[in-house]
Write a protein that binds this ligand. Structure first.
Ligand code: FES
Length: 206
């Protein structure tokens, strides 16, 4: 069943990621339509934005699929060369997970830190890297990590992104690299160190 949060997220994700101010303008214009379409009643646009702004420095990361258990993830929570761990940024002050947009979701992977390129070392912490989990081809979820190829993979059309090389396209039709989210560590917790390296999701051209 589609819940209220999902409906709100769907509205947000329809708006191109062109910056917060522009997104606000478009969202306000679309507000009445959105409200009219929601069977659950009125949802203020402010609420729609509260949990859908992009990740920023200082956010923690919490498991994407445990909405009732918001515990900041640590380096030790990410398995070496294992399956990706999916997470949303989390604002400690407002105690809000930024889970109102799937464009905020990241795939966390851990590799041997020594194998990282010099560029990748700059945004990794103890071998842990965070990438957008939305494929840059047609927006499917990037769900797998192929350890022997050190690549995140999208099953829709089999694009692969090399995590050792900052998410560079390694195979498939994806037109651009997978955006990464820089990390640091504080009190053993993974902390977002800045915004995405580029616009997450499908980027319109022309
Ligand atoms: S949507 Fe990911 S490869 Fe096509």
């Amino acid at each position: 069943m589609t819940d209220r949060k999902t409906k709100t997220a769907a509205l947000s994700d329809l708006v191109p990621d062109t910056g917060l101010e522009q997104r606000r303008t478009v969202l306000r214009a679309a507000g009445s339509l959105a409200v009219a379409s929601l069977s659950g009643g009125f949802i203020p646009i402010a609420l729609a934005e509260e949990n859908s702004s992009r990740p920023k420095a200082g956010h923690r990361l919490v498991l994407a699929d445990e909405a009732d258990k918001r515990v900041p993830l640590q380096v030790s929570d990410i398995p070496l060369n294992g399956k990706p761990v999916f997470a949303f940024p989390y604002d400690l002050d407002s105690k809000t997970a930024q889970d109102g947009s799937r464009l905020n979701k990241v795939a966390l992977v851990k590799v041997d830190a020594a194998s990282l390129s010099d560029d990748a070392k700059k945004f990794a912490v103890d071998g842990v890297l965070a990438f957008s989990s939305v494929c840059t081809h047609q927006g499917c979820d990037v769900t797998e990590f192929v350890a022997k190829e050190h690549a995140l993979m999208c099953f829709c059309h089999f694009s692969k992104f090399d995590v050792l090389k900052s998410g560079a396209v390694a195979a498939g039709p994806a037109p651009r690299d997978l955006p990464y989210l820089p990390l640091k560590v504080e009190k053993n917790q993974l902390v977002v160190a800045g915004g995405f390296s580029s616009t997450p999701g499908v980027k319109k051209t022309g």
